[in-house]
Design a binder for this molecule. Sequence first.
Ligand code: PMP
Ligand code: GLU
Length: 399
Amino acid sequence: MVKLSQRANKLQPSATLAITAKAKKMRSEGIDVIGFGAGEPDFATPSHIIDAAIGSLRAGDTHYTPVGGTAELKNAIIQSIKRDYDLDYASNEVTVNCGAKHTLYNIFMSILDPGDEVIIPAPYWVSYPEQVALADGVPVILETSEADGFMPDPEKLAALITPRTKAIVLNSPSNPSGSMIDAAGMKKIADVVAGTDVLVISDDIYHRLLYDGTKFVSILEVAPSLRDQVVIVNGVSKTYAMTGWRIGYALGPQSLIGAMEKLQGQSTSNPTSFAQKGVIEALTGDQSCVGEMVGIFARRRALLVDGLNALPGITCRMPVGAFYAFPNVSGVYGSKTPAGARITDSFSLAGYLLEDALVAVVPGAPFGSDANVRMSYATGEEAIEKGLSRMAVALAKLS
Ligand code: PMP
Ligand code: GLU
């Protein structure tokens, strides 16, 4: 038996990936599972992007590239940030990594010493606290309330800042809640961190997946003076349906970007050469695919959220962005399944729904909110309808 490190032993597997893998496995065994687990668009990557990567392979882009990505890709990212944020970055303030998850990992590994604290508003994406702990840091959770739309409270945030606080993670629009911090809320957060050494890690991966005409707000838009204190994290997985390509990136202070590239040079080397070419096409080519996908997500969002609100014991806020519904299911807690088991928390409910209804949802507990479950609507309308009616049947059996 290999004796594993304490680091490996304390790491929790990704709950989002675990439920997705479980649903896929059941499907491969011929079980008709409806999957609301995966946080990934079900669309194929648009063909002009695929063509660019194939062309790149044919043209011989099969070698190592610079560690932090090609100059051409860094330029494309700089252009896209100018377009979307109206911000100017230089090439040495940009780095490209193997997915935004890897970008975040590089950031935490580059800034944290043992015992350093990172403030994470809950509910949060499952990987933030795990990655902080992996880098020997301490996740400090900033609780929010569902009644306030999961908005981080500036006073509570101020109270959590200590001399050990290295960073705060903002994820707006949010995975899992779909909420977005508006300009006024963002300004209040900016006012708290201004004048401190706290780095703002702004995970903007859902910044273009917004509905009803809502406009994305970056902390740098409301507080441009924080520029040296903010690192923007983004990627192509969600916006362009490119999860498998594994490209993410960061824009921020040169010292941080340099440290991340040093780390990458000793770990993964560059992101995949031909994937980089596809990303250039994604960021600088025809953008109509994004609007088309958002339009489809919007219809699914209405279908899922309205359907959830019609179920007994479940209430669901209308998400502003991303592609997740985060229904509050605590009204079902305390009830008994036909087999006599008690539904006591998000894990037991998710387990019951998977076994009884063949519906895969992700428990809210690993997102820091046990009253909820997360359901991705990056899946077809027919599956959403079928999943909802199966849930209705399973919930009706509870006593
Ligand atoms: N941040 C958030 C909030 C996410 O939901 C995801 C989705 N996996 C990521 C980062 C990472 O995305 P990727 O590694 O596919 O770029
Ligand atoms: N971010 C997506 C999700 O939350 C993909 C899976 C993952 O990387 O965690 O489901």
